[in-house]
Design a binder for this molecule. Structure first.
Ligand code: GDP
Ligand code: GDP
Length: 437
């Protein structure tokens, strides 16, 4: 939870996305078999020398209808708002340009740690050109060639050295959650409404970006929650906030820092492509998920079918989220908002639930007795036993004679039987098939 964030900024074509992909490496191409989830090259996880961090390619957040310079400046602002460390990329082939100088000034004023990467230094002869970049006032320029993977080690050493020391906020037992969703579904309204109803604890640990964007509160029964990303949600008025790519990046970031995410839909507008995209990421990340249908007050002609119809639509459009509870609320009238904390707590408990092996195996054996394992080419799948190996999300290893014989449909049957026996609502569960002679 709460990886440091590294943002990559710079003019178009200097090689930001090449550098981003180089650093993210294989990690970016996780197998994504959730419908609606495409590979987005704006946000990825990475690691250097055992330090894990998340990366944002601000170049991927296009702010259309803006002059180039405005776009670049806004991308720099996003980096300043979001990141713990900024990699500022320039292109050795161009020398220091006006745009580079402008961006450098913005970054310099922000007091955020900046590492200057002079890209496209493909051969040693070019190395002497990098000294011109001291004039940007951002300290030592690092010569890199993103295409060839040269200079990455020194660059990343410099980056991780600048990570904030976040040892201070470790002993935190509160439940971290966030509202995610496309622009205008009502995330900030929900945040404000929730904080209005609960006791806000101002825990002003000075320092890191993360502390500044989280709000802690306590419900009447004493449970502590941390609402992730509220400053970003509440500090409004920037043009880029209404772009799809920005809201996607924001959502992915919030997912990283949350135990439970609340995917917010707008009852007034129905389900859009971007909703599915965002929900898909939440599912892939393996956190707890609740679907919140907001603006329920806007549907005037409601009868007993309205909620059922909307539920059916959600189940059809988000099939992979069949485990997620759905709640219909209104930030405006506060309808059902008081139920949210308890629901979040419940999902959180399921996400961390541990099942004893003996009980699990009773369920598995009953399942097999009721619906015998399939055969293929005369060979029958044998399920020996299962055991839970992890929580958050609950992960089970099922030992079998041959994993190939476990078809998707049978695997789903076993998952359904497990879900019938134990309440895992709100959390994905993972089954891992493993061979045992
Ligand atoms: P972005 O717009 O800043 O994200 O730039 P891209 O990553 O799309 O790269 C722009 C162009 O520069 C592409 O044609 C890349 O292949 C090229 N490029 C990126 N890094 C290097 C490098 O280290 N050396 C050379 N020679 N070309 C590079
Ligand atoms: P965000 O972009 O997701 O943070 O959305 P906002 O919270 O800024 O809300 C977008 C607009 O929807 C604002 O004009 C809100 O007043 C309005 N809004 C938010 N929640 C509700 C609701 O439950 N009912 C109604 N009628 N309007 C809402």
């Amino acid at each position: 939870m709460a990886n440091p964030i590294v943002a990559v900024v710079g003019r178009p074509n200097v090689g930001k996305s090449t550098l981003f992909n180089r650093i993210a490496g294989e990690r970016i191409s996780i197998v994504e078999n959730t419908p609606g989830v495409t590979r987005d090259r704006i946000y990825a996880h990475a690691e250097w020398l055992g330090k894990h961090f998340s990366m944002i390619d601000t170049g991927g957040i296009e702010i259309s209808d803006q002059p180039l310079l405005t776009q670049i400046r806004q991308q720099a602002e996003i980096a300043i708002d979001e990141a713990d460390v900024i990699i500022f990329v320039v292109d050795v082939e161009n020398g220091v340009t006006d745009a580079d100088e402008q961006v450098a000034r913005i970054l310099y004023r922000s007091n955020k740690p900046v590492v200057l990467a002079v890209n496209k230094v493909d051969n040693p002869e070019r190395r002497s050109d990098i000294y011109d970049y001291y004039s940007l006032g951002l300290g030592e320029p690092y010569a890199v060639s993103s295409v060839h993977g040269i200079g990455m080690g020194d660059l990343l050493d410099a980056v991780i050295k600048r990570f904030p020391d976040n040892a201070a906020n470790e002993d935190d037992n509160s439940i971290h959650f966030s509202f995610i969703g496309r622009p205008n579904v009502g995330k900030s309204s929900l945040v404000n409404a929730i904080l209005g109803e609960n006791r806000v604890i101002v825990s002003n640990v000075a320092g890191t970006t993360r502390d500044a964007i989280n709000t802690k509160f306590k419900t009447n029964d004493g449970q502590e929650f941390t609402m992730v990303d509220t400053a970003g949600i509440r500090k409004k008025g920037k043009i880029y906030e209404n772009t799809e790519r920005y809201s996607l990046m924001r959502s992915m970031r919030a997912i990283d820092d949350s135990d439970v995410v609340l995917v917010v839909l707008n009852a007034e507008e129905g389900i859009r492509e971007l909703d599915k995209h965002i929900a898909g990421y939440a599912h892939e990340a393996g956190c707890g998920v609740i679907i919140v249908v907001n603006k329920w007050d806007t549907l005037k002609e409601k009868d007993h079918r309205t909620m059922t119809d909307f539920t059916n639509l959600i189940r059809q459009e988000f099939q992979y989220l069949s485990y997620a509870p759905i709640i219909f609320v209104s930030a405006k009238t506060k309808q059902r908002l008081n139920q949210l904390p308890a629901l979040i707590e419940e999902v959180y408990d399921h996400h961390r639930q541990r099942i004893q092996s003996s009980v699990l195996n009773d369920v598995l054996m009953d399942a097999i007795a009721a619906n015998p394992t399939p055969t293929q080419n005369g060979r029958r799948l044998r399920v020996y036993y299962g055991t839970q190996v992890a929580t958050e999300p609950p992960t089970f290893v099922i030992f079998v004679n041959d994993p190939e014989l476990m078809h998707f449909s049978y695997e789903r049957y076993l998952e359904n039987q497990i879900r019938k026996a134990f309440d895992f609502s709100g959390t994905p569960i993972h089954l891992i098939k493993r061979q045992r002679q």
